[in-house]
Write a protein that binds this ligand. Structure first.
Ligand code: MG
Length: 272
């Protein structure tokens, strides 16, 4: 008798479970108690009638791969991701993602026990970190077009790049904590004056120095080598790099990177 009751309970439980987990149109779905059906996408079979894999580019996966530095040395964004990258940059997600980075940076900066001898510095990159070239890239496919040095330099030479708002906020807060700011950019000596002017227009008024790339000394060298070498000079002169922020991995990799590094989003281009 007890065994019969157990069998009935087991059968009822099986039927109940079967109604909650159902397979429809190739997607496994889960019926939760509140009546909402969730498709379980990772379990979906990505194959056509012939059982062949259907190729597709997931632009959000591509962007994640880029930001995590799993995808490297890329020249242009995938053609099919132009709209996706454009929407990301012009919509609010880019700003939100930037804010998540800079808020974390400030949280870290506040936690520091600074010596107060004026030797604590924070390294800022310029392009897509302090100043935004989005007005230029919005007219050049958001990175889908191959890099055009002539056209890009014409834009830089206008000296009207706006500040990235979240970076500017971080910059001001760091100054408030008594941290000095140093700009290190891959821009060449010939763009020093226009960059200084642009920084001023964009409200970056107080900083220790602006380091531009000596194209003779660093001819053919990567940004990682150049920026590491320049950061090393600061440390050799007794400065402590408490933080370092950039949009490229080459801003924050290499040597003398600083106590903590912060990577801002940039799905438009890659600099090694
Ligand atoms: Mg940059």
């Amino acid at each position: 008798m007890v065994r019969l009751v157990s069998q009935i309970i087991f059968s009822l439980a099986t039927i109940l479970l079967a109604t909650k987990l159902s397979l429809c149109h190739g997607k496994t779905t889960l019926n939760l108690d509140h009546g909402i059906t969730f498709p379980i996408f990772p379990l979906r079979l990505k194959s056509g009638l012939g059982g062949h894999y259907i190729p597709e580019t997931s632009c959000s996966s591509w962007r994640l791969g880029v930001e995590a530095h799993n995808i490297i040395d890329w020249k242009t964004i995938p053609q099919e991701c132009e709209d996706y990258v454009g929407n990301y940059l012009l919509g609010k997600q880019y700003r939100e993602d930037s804010k998540a980075v800079t808020e974390e940076a400030y949280k870290y900066a506040k936690s520091l026990n600074l010596v107060g001898d004026g030797k604590d510095i924070w390294v800022f990159d310029i392009d897509e970190t302090s100043l935004s070239n989005l007005p230029y890239y919005a007219h050049h496919g958001f990175g889908v077009e191959p890099y055009n040095a002539t056209a890009f330099n014409e834009w830089v030479d206008l000296g009207i790049a706006p500040p990235l708002p979240e970076s500017l906020k971080l910059y001001k807060k760091l100054l408030g904590l008594g941290i000095k700011v140093v700009f290190i950019t891959g821009r060449p000596e010939s763009q020093r004056d226009i960059t200084l002017n642009n920084l001023k227009i964009a409200s970056y008024n107080t900083f220790e120095t602006l380091i531009v790339k000596n194209t003779t000394e660093y001819n053919g060298k990567t940004a990682v080598t150049y920026k590491s070498s320049e950061r090393k000079k600061f440390e050799e002169n007794g400065y402590r790099i408490v933080g370092n922020i950039g949009d490229q991995w080459s801003d924050i990799l290499g040597t003398n990177t600083g106590n903590r590094t912060f990577k801002l989003p940039d799905p438009m281009y890659y600099i090694s």
